[in-house]
Design a protein around this ligand. Structure first.
Ligand SMILES: Cc1cc2nc3c(=O)[nH]c(=O)nc-3n(C[C@H](O)[C@H](O)[C@H](O)COP(=O)(O)OP(=O)(O)OC[C@H]3O[C@@H](n4cnc5c(N)ncnc54)[C@H](O)[C@@H]3O)c2cc1C
Length: 375
């Protein structure tokens, strides 16, 4: 290969989409992934294109989410055309249950301020959309967000892979980066088992594994793995045409009738195994929301590792101690919805363009909430 302008480490949604942005701007881009592209969190997630209770998040997350939500329909169409794979963007809406009166009022105020439709569930075609619910739809505090959309993760990552290759991005799968190489305050490239890879700039998008790439003496971002398990039922198990959220659990209908239930939130290090306890938690939550799911057998169970920065506020931009080194990591539970804005902003920083959004909240040393789960 020729020497890339930018070497991207990690081919999840953040790596692939930033690579696409850079390539579209004319850069020579090479992406490394230690496995096949797009088999990390980006494959495992639910694809809900909104933070779960968006009003609970810091403004820094909201800014990325709102920009991204406006971009998603065109991006999904672009990826479908470029790759021939439909990521199934679908404005199915989100029904939020379990709010108390105060939170519901605060949520409606937040939605009004941010231009997001929020309606009473009983004013809408929710019963037909959510036929399987256990009478929950009558809950007076239910809030219906009709404009929330979803994508289907495995198809999304296939579409992204196809689109980046079609655009001329070089993709090296099965090639793990072992450590960043930094000398004299400048990144030189990365070390791999097959030798050193050099580039003018290096972008870290290795998700939950990112911190492990930083050698002693180079500050790593505070990104930790948080495991999430999902359970799914085949088409026909129940009738649902909107996402339903109660507390930390949700049901997601896919267009073909599959229903997913997510998700667990577990500290298990870098272990992405499923567990019986996780299965039981999700089966219970699904049956409580939709009794028909309690009577049907799930046909898939998987897990992924979310890259969690404190408060879910990602690191996007240059590393302050190593020239040429950039990051786009830490989106935690919202990496899919936030990806378009994250990738655009990361590309702006790498290319020295005027930033699309104020980059200050995502800077390496920006103040972040003390805890990962601050929301
Ligand atoms: C169960 C679950 C449900 C979720 N639901 C949603 C949701 O509904 N909506 C939403 O917006 N977000 C959701 N998320 C979060 C979202 O999936 C993640 O935030 C997002 O996918 C992170 O993308 P990424 O590209 O940063 O990381 P990843 O997709 O994990 O990609 C990182 C890549 O880096 C590669 N890599 C790691 N180490 C190395 C190395 N040393 N060398 C080379 N390559 C390396 C990995 O193989 C991987 O392909 C969910 C996550 C989970 C687990």
């Amino acid at each position: 290969m020729g020497r890339a302008d930018v070497l991207v480490i990690g081919a999840g949604i953040n790596g692939l989409l930033t690579a696409l942005e850079l390539r579209e701007a004319g850069a020579a881009v090479r992406v490394l992934d230690r496995g096949p592209a797009g088999r990390g969190a980006s494959w495992a997630g639910g694809g809900i294109l909104s933070p779960l209770h968006p009003w609970r998040y810091p403004d820094a997350v909201t800014a990325l989410a709102r920009w991204s939500q406006a971009r998603w329909p065109a991006l999904a169409a672009q990826l479908r055309e470029a790759s021939g794979v439909d990521p199934e963007w679908w404005r199915c809406g989100l029904l939020v249950l379990g709010l108390d009166g105060d939170e519901r009022m605060a949520a409606r105020g937040w939605c009004a301020r941010h231009g997001l439709a929020a309606l009473d569930a009983d004013a809408l075609p929710v019963p037909e959309r959510a036929r399987c619910l256990a009478g929950e739809v009558l809950e007076p505090e239910a809030l219906w967000l009709p404009d929330i959309a979803q994508v289907r993760n495995p198809r999304l990552v296939r579409a992204l892979r196809g689109a980046t290759l079609a655009a001329g991005v070089e993709l090296a799968e099965g090639r793990a980066a072992e450590a960043l190489e930094v000398r004299g305050g400048r990144v030189q490239g990365v070390r791999t088992a097959a030798g050193r890879e050099e580039a003018g700039a290096v972008l870290v998008t290795a998700g939950a594994w990112s911190a492990g790439l930083f050698p002693p003496g180079l500050r790593a971002p505070r990104v930790e793995p948080v495991r999430g398990q999902m359970l799914a039922w085949p088409p026909g198990a129940a009738a649902l045409a909107t996402i339903v959220l109660r507390g930390g659990h949700y049901l997601i209908p896919r267009r073909d009738g599959r229903i997913l239930c997510g998700s667990t939130v577990e500290r298990a290090g870098l272990d992405a195994a499923t567990t019986e306890a996780g299965r039981a938690e999700l089966a219970r939550a699904a049956a409580a929301l939709c009794p028909a799911l309690g009577r049907a057998a799930p046909d898939a169970h998987w897990a992924g590792l979310r890259p969690a920065a404190p408060g879910g506020v990602p690191y996007i931009g240059p590393h302050p101690d190593a020239e040429g080194l950039f990051l786009n990591v830490g989106q935690y539970r919202n990496g899919v919805v936030l990806a378009p804005a994250s990738a655009r902003l990361a590309a702006d920083c790498l290319l020295g363009r005027a930033p699309t959004l104020d980059p200050a909240p995502y800077a390496f040393d920006a103040p972040r909430p003390a805890e990962v789960d601050s929301v």
